[in-house]
Ligand binder design. Structure first.
Ligand code: FAD
Length: 509
């Protein structure tokens, strides 16, 4: 039997790789997968370099590894089965919708068999989640998270949560003082393998696939910096636990201009590739809590993200696909503005965040939610267009994780996983960030030249979607504010919003 290892399953400690130590391994580096979207070059470099390092590590440990570099993934399967007719393969179930079934059909087409086993790179099995969720089709994260705390015993004191509460999010909304300098994020010099992959990515994919419509958006990204081996990923975890964990909680929702990492762990690229298991990250953070005086709100905040949100998203996706990917309950139809690709906007918040994405294929959670998704939702962008952009632009992006985050949480394309849209005007962006002071737009103005676009777009969004949202009891207060605006003001807001939508498409915001 041969263990087929997919590019996001680079972990020798779980699944068939661990259970079948004497069986040969097949890895396929396929160009067609990299051409599906205009991926950020750092994403392609990350995945291919991590695969090649993983191959070498397995070989060093004495395993037989067949590494096939091919144009089409199917070519790799065909070549393997030509060399080993009728072979039995085994693979962990990929989290993408129906990918296991597609893989099985592909292997059978070339005369082999494929056994698809559970993906052990997650903490919650499908049976566990389905047992918790039952027949429901709208899901509440907090309930699931509490269930997972009890199931795993993480941060539990018998049957009670450590500290008496399950969730300390109300302590996690601070903004750093002026001039605050967060610890330097870890970075890794590209070695020979990564340099080689970078050249291949530049030669093979630059312009060789669907070019972003606005002229080589990723043509000149900054230096590649992400961990490509398990050792490097573990050192990111150690750097997080040592230097960043204390303030992770308080500054989790903060935004600071030019500070792209703040106290975030930067672990998602490595966890999503399998380089470290989510269990390893959680247990190391809990260990630090027992070793030294780390605030519980920071430790719990991190555990909630990995044990709660990450697992929750994976299973909501599993259950709600394929409808989830196309969901658009607010019937938003606006195209994604070109500046998401080019970064050409005067709005200080959007310019800074998009510049970061262009430079390194990453922005932290609240930038994704409060700046990028919020703005796109207010503008009326079709969720699918935003999802495609996130999937292409980020080093940690895979369909299973962007889709629920963007279509569900970010744009309220469905109410399967949140009860109201995550939208705000400039007021909240200003409260949580330092962007507005250096922005040419006025945060307190709603209409008229120079007014911050978030404001008119916010009221216009509420107005346009009143039929859908006004009865939502969590939105009663904002709809009261809207009702208090007179007809003239509401008309001026509509006109301003319409003009902003046009300007956004012309890159004149
Ligand atoms: P930290 O802030 O340090 O959090 C720790 C870990 O928690 C992360 O590494 C991640 O593994 C996990 N996590 C936290 N929130 C989520 C979540 N909502 N969904 C899944 N995992 C979570 N995450 C991705 O991994 N890939 C994506 O493509 C992605 N796209 C997103 C798009 C939008 C619109 C939004 C709102 C969120 C998205 N997220 C995505 C979730 C989250 O923003 C990232 O996981 C996080 O920013 C990664 O940075 P970090 O490792 O420094 O995270």
């Amino acid at each position: 039997m041969t263990v087929l290892v997919l590019g996001d399953q680079l972990n020798a400690h779980v699944g068939p790789l661990a259970d079948r130590p004497d069986d040969p391994v097949l890895l396929i580096e396929a160009a067609d997968l990299a051409r599906r979207l205009p991926y950020h070059p750092h994403k392609l470099t990350l995945v291919f370099s991590a695969m090649r390092h993983f191959r070498d590590r397995l070989r060093e440990s004495g395993r037989t590894v067949e590494y096939r570099q091919v144009e089409r993934f199917a070519d790799g399967i065909e070549a393997h089965l030509d060399a080993h007719p009728g072979d039995d393969l085994v693979v962990m179930r990929p989290p993408s919708d129906r990918a296991g079934e597609r893989l099985r059909a592909l292997v059978e087409r070339y005369g082999g068999q494929l056994t698809v086993v559970e993906n052990e790179l997650f903490l919650c099995s499908p049976e566990q989640f389905d047992g918790w969720a039952g027949e429901r089709s709208s899901y509440r994260h907090e309930d699931f998270y509490r269930f997972m705390r009890r199931e795993t015993g993480y941060l539990m004191d018998g049957s009670q949560p450590v500290g008496g509460e399950y969730n300390y999010d109300d302590q996690n909304r601070e903004t750093p003082p002026e001039g605050y300098v967060p610890p330097d994020p870890p970075t890794f010099e590209p070695d020979a393998i990564t340099r080689d992959v970078r050249s291949r990515v530049a030669e093979t994919f630059d312009g060789g696939y669907e070019e972003p419509p606005y002229g080589g958006a990723w043509a000149d990204p900054g230096p590649f910096r992400w961990p490509v081996t398990r050792e490097q990923a573990l050192s990111v975890l150690e750097a997080f636990v040592t230097d960043r964990l204390e303030e992770f909680g308080p500054y989790q929702d903060a935004l600071v201009a030019d500070e792209w990492a703040l106290h975030h762990s930067l672990l998602s690229p490595a966890i999503n590739l399998g380089l470290i298991h989510p269990r390893t990250a959680i247990e190391r953070v809990i260990e630090a809590y027992h070793e030294r005086d780390v605030p519980l709100n920071s430790v719990e905040g991190f555990v909630r993200q990995v044990l709660g949100w990450r697992e929750f998203m994976r299973h909501v996706y599993r259950r709600e696909m394929p409808e989830l990917a196309g969901a658009n309950q607010l019937e938003q139809t606006e195209p994604l503005p070109p500046f998401f690709w080019t970064g050409e906007t005067d709005m200080a918040c959007l310019a800074d965040v998009i510049d970061g994405v262009r430079t390194r294929g990453y922005s932290h959670h609240i930038e994704r939610l409060m700046i990028l998704s919020n703005f796109a939702t207010l503008l009326g962008v079709e969720p699918q267009q935003l999802n495609r952009w996130f999937h292409a632009a980020y080093v940690d992006a895979y369909h299973w994780v962007t889709t629920p985050n963007v279509v569900g949480m970010g744009t309220f394309g469905t109410d399967a996983l949140s009860t109201k849209p995550y939208v705000s005007s400039a007021n909240y962006v200003d409260k949580m960030s330092d962007y507005c002071s250096d922005c040419p737009y006025y945060k307190t103005k709603t209409t008229g030249e120079g007014a911050c676009p978030f404001n008119a777009l916010y009221w216009d969004f509420l107005d346009r979607n009143a039929e859908h949202l006004a009865d939502n009891h969590r939105m009663g207060l904002v709809y009261n504010h809207l009702e208090n605006k007179d007809d003239g003001e509401r008309e001026a807001i509509r006109e301003r919003a319409e003009a902003l939508r046009e300007r956004a498409q012309r890159s004149e915001l």
